[in-house]
Design a protein. Sequence first.
Length: 274
Amino acid sequence: MAVILDLFVLWSVYLLLLMVLLTAAGGLDEAARAAISVGLLVLVLMGGPVAVETLSGGRSLGKLACGLRVVREDGGPVRFRHALVRGLVGFVEIQLTLGVVAFFASLVSARGRRLGDVFAGTLVVRERAGVAGVARAGGSPVVAPPWVAERFATLDLSGVPDGLWLAVRQFLMRARELDPQVAAGMERRLADDLSSRLGTAPPPDLPPGAYLSGVLAERQRRESERAFGTPVPAGPVEAPPSAPGSTGQVTGVDAGRGAERSGGRAGTGFVPPG
C-alpha cells in the first residue's frame, strides 16, 4: 500500500511538471523536448524518493500513512547513501519491472527485504499501530511488576505526544519479530525520546525495554483510573529482546529488589527467580 501511494504521488508530480514544461517550451524541437522528458524522469522518479527519505529520516508519504519507516540494519536512521542506493535500485526493481523483481526478492528474503534494502543495508519496520490513542487501542494492556510501575507514579506524562506512545506500544508488541540488533537500537532510541519528553533520565538499573514497559504501564493505569476508576492490574513484564549486555529483561538482582519493595505480597503476578 505504501509503495502504491508513493508511486501515485511520484507519477502525478512527474506528469504535471512534464505538461507544464512542454507547454512552456512549445518552440523547441523534438530532440530538446525528449531531453526535457528524460531529465525530468530522472529528477522526479529517481531523485524524488532519495531526497524524501534523506530529509524525512526514512519516511515517505506512503510510509508515513502506513506507519512505516526505513531504518538501518542496526536500527539507526538512514542517511543519504542509504537512500541513494535504495532509490537507484528501486527504480529498476519497482518501476522498470513493474514491481516484479521487488515482489519476488521480498518473498525469498527472510525479513521481507527487496534488493534495494539488501544492497543499502536497510529494512522497513512498522512504528505505530493505527491512528487511535494508546489508551483506546486494541489488544492486551502492557503490564509491569508493581515495583517497576510504581517507580514512575510521580512522573508528569503530559509532555509525551500520542505518536510516541503509539510507537512505544507498537515496538513492545512487535519487538520479538525484529532482528535483535534492530530491536536493541529501536528500544534505545525510543527510551531516549521518551526520557527527553519526560525531562528525567531513565533509572540506571533498568534496561531500556523494562523502562519502556514500566512507563507505558503507568500511563495505561492512569488512563484506566480516569475512565473506569480501576487501574490496570500489575503482572510480569515481558521485555523485548536486546543486544548482549542490554537484554531488556528483569534480572535476578532487580527481581530481588522488587520482592523486597513489594513486601512479598501475594497476588502481584511476579515470582522472583529461584
